[in-house]
Write a new protein. Structure first.
Length: 547
């Protein structure tokens, strides 16, 4: 017997309709590539998204066609999010920090029909335009006055001109909620990037769950600044969440440096920001150097890479900003776990609380997780037995776009498919996940595993260390041993022995790195994460003093 309740498709367009109707005068503030600050409201955003849907229809964009973007976090990008998905086409965000060859590869693989871009990325578009075999026109996201001249791009259109000429009379169509809404390729640190194709249903369910109090805890009283880019995994879903709850959105554009971010956080009275640890490192060092405080920001979501406990303490103890440590992946839309505390932990000592907060947290409702040993059997949740993390749920990838590489699901005895994350973790009895490493980054020493994240976290707690990464280096006796690669804080005085002495008493002695290499900078990937594979190549012939 079926229930007797109304049914309706879960569609991305309903989010902007809701934001317009219930939070029509709530602001969206953007730092533009043109240099100024732009502000308007959800009502304006919805109107222009409808105009844009008419533009796209006029250009011949059909249901399920892919439309690409190369853009920062800004209001025009947001309009594209809603116009493209809302009309039933597929919003394909491309990471502009990738090599132009990879951008062209991704655009061709996705068969993008149009490519919208921020002016910053004109040089990339110039390089790839002739190689984008399916793109009918390139649209510069600016007005006529800022349109670039003599670009050599044959079919170049102006965003604002197209919008100005379009009517805002557009009714969002209804269709099957399993229809594809957005496409995002993984970073492709190994091999070619693979496309993860989100659906309207997966996006809406992810949005509901991610907004919950023990997840990202968002409401109409929030002012949210996503530093995480809208060009990678939908800025952790925040553009959708903000509409669902009616929060004010502050979009930082290209201004990812400490000074630009701090300015926006203060002038727009941001209550919550989200980003990867390397971004916060830049912001914290700017704020500390200038003796500033955060006057309205009271929490920050840190994920994408492990949040060093030293950063957690700095935010909370020195600045009164609560840290929400989160874990996710492109293949998970991206949210999997968030570290929200339970009452018994709130009552515990600060040290115990910090130990919990350094973990990646509990699964949000909708995500099922387990850790398995090499034989595929589930391991106990005892906070110490570690294995590979597998997940499943309605916003987890089932297979990659156009079957490019299998998602390689592992099937359990009940016939359920689980996505192997490639992360090594343990889970405690309260359900808190702790990632110790990525499969390919783990250091295998004498048949035992050393977690590189723990070693980096200790280094990051040293006052003279700005950034640290730990990699495996070949060793004739032990197979691999840890090498710590460090960027010192400007003007800091630190040598190898002093840093290694800092490990004493904090970990098992045999985990201590064999050596420290000081460098000026670490290789960073397109999503702001340290590229350990690049670092391993760089130090491939490194001779450890213990050899
Ligand atoms: P890529 O890094 O290939 O672009 P994603 O952006 O999807 O892929 O990143 C997913 C990976 O990032 C995870 O599998 C995990 O290794 C790492 N990661 C994400 N959040 C955290 C976290 N809080 N702590 C440790 N690792 C994390």
């Amino acid at each position: 017997m079926n229930g007797l309740m109304m049914s309706g498709e879960l569609l991305v367009s309903s989010l902007i309709v809701h934001a317009d109707r219930h939070h029509g005068d709530t602001e969206i503030v953007s730092r533009r590539v043109e240099g100024d600050i732009h502000r308007y409201t959800y009502r304006d955003c919805h109107r222009r998204a409808r105009q844009l849907a008419n533009v796209l229809t006029g250009l011949g964009v059909k249901h399920s066609d892919r439309v690409g973007t190369l853009a920062w976090n800004g209001y025009r990008h947001l309009e594209l999010y809603y116009a493209i998905s809302g009309m039933g086409a597929v919003m394909h965000t491309i990471n502009p920090r990738l090599h132009p060859d990879q951008v062209a590869y991704i655009g061709n693989h996705a068969e993008d029909q149009y490519l919208f871009f921020d002016l910053t990325f004109l040089p990339t578009v110039k390089l790839i335009a002739a190689h984008c075999t399916t793109v009918k026109a390139f649209i510069a996201m600016t007005d006529r006055a800022h349109m670039p001249q003599d670009t050599g791009i044959a079919n170049l259109l102006c965003y604002e001109e197209l919008i100005d000429a379009a009517s805002d009379d557009y009714a969002w169509p209804s269709f099957d909620e399993d229809t594809a809404s957005a496409l995002c390729y993984t970073s492709g640190t190994t091999g070619n990037p693979k496309g993860v194709l989100y659906s309207h249903r997966s996006t809406l369910l992810h949005t509901y769950s991610a907004a919950l109090p023990d997840a990202l805890n968002c409401s109409a009283r929030d002012v949210i600044l996503p530093v995480v880019p809208m060009f990678h995994v939908n800025a952790w879903g925040l553009p959708y969440i903000a509409c669902m709850v009616g929060a004010k959105l502050v979009l930082p554009g290209a201004g990812m440096d400490g000074k630009s971010l701090y300015e926006l956080l203060e002038t727009e009275q941001v209550t919550m920001a989200a980003g990867v640890p390397t971004i916060w490192q830049g912001l914290l060092s700017y704020v500390e150097t200038n003796g500033f405080k955060f006057s309205t920001m009271h929490r920050t979501v840190i994920g994408g890479a492990a949040c060093p406990p030293a950063m957690l303490r700095k935010f909370q103890d020195d600045f009164g900003v609560h840290v929400l440590h989160a874990w996710g992946m492109t293949e998970l839309s991206p949210l999997g776990t968030v570290c929200a505390l339970k009452p018994k932990q709130l009552a515990a000592s600060p040290e115990e609380r910090y130990a919990v907060q350094a973990k990646q947290g509990r699964a949000v409702f909708g995500i099922d997780m387990k850790i398995v040993g090499e034989d595929g059997h589930a391991l106990p949740w005892d906070g110490k037995t570690s294995g590979e993390l597998l997940v499943r749920g309605p916003w987890v990838v089932n297979s990659y776009f156009r079957n490019e590489g299998d998602a390689d699901l592992q099937i359990d005895i009940e016939g359920n498919g689980w996505f192997p994350t490639g992360d090594i973790a343990h889970i405690d009895a309260d359900g808190y996940l702790h990632i110790t490493d990525r499969n390919k980054d783990v250091i295998k020493s004498g048949g035992e595993w050393i977690g590189s994240i723990d070693l980096e976290n200790i280094a990051m707690a040293h006052p003279a260390v700005f950034m640290a990464a730990c990699i495996a280096v070949k060793h004739p006796k032990w197979d691999e041993r840890p090498l710590l690669v460090v960027v010192k804080k400007p003007g800091a005085d630190l040598d190898r022995d002093a840093l290694l002495a800092f490990y004493e008493g904090k970990i098992a002695k045999w985990w201590t790195p064999d050596d420290v290499a000081f460098v000026d900078a670490l290789p960073m990937g397109a999503t702001g994460k340290i590229l350990k594979n690049r670092l391993r190549e760089q130090f491939i012939n490194y001779t450890l003093p213990t050899v």
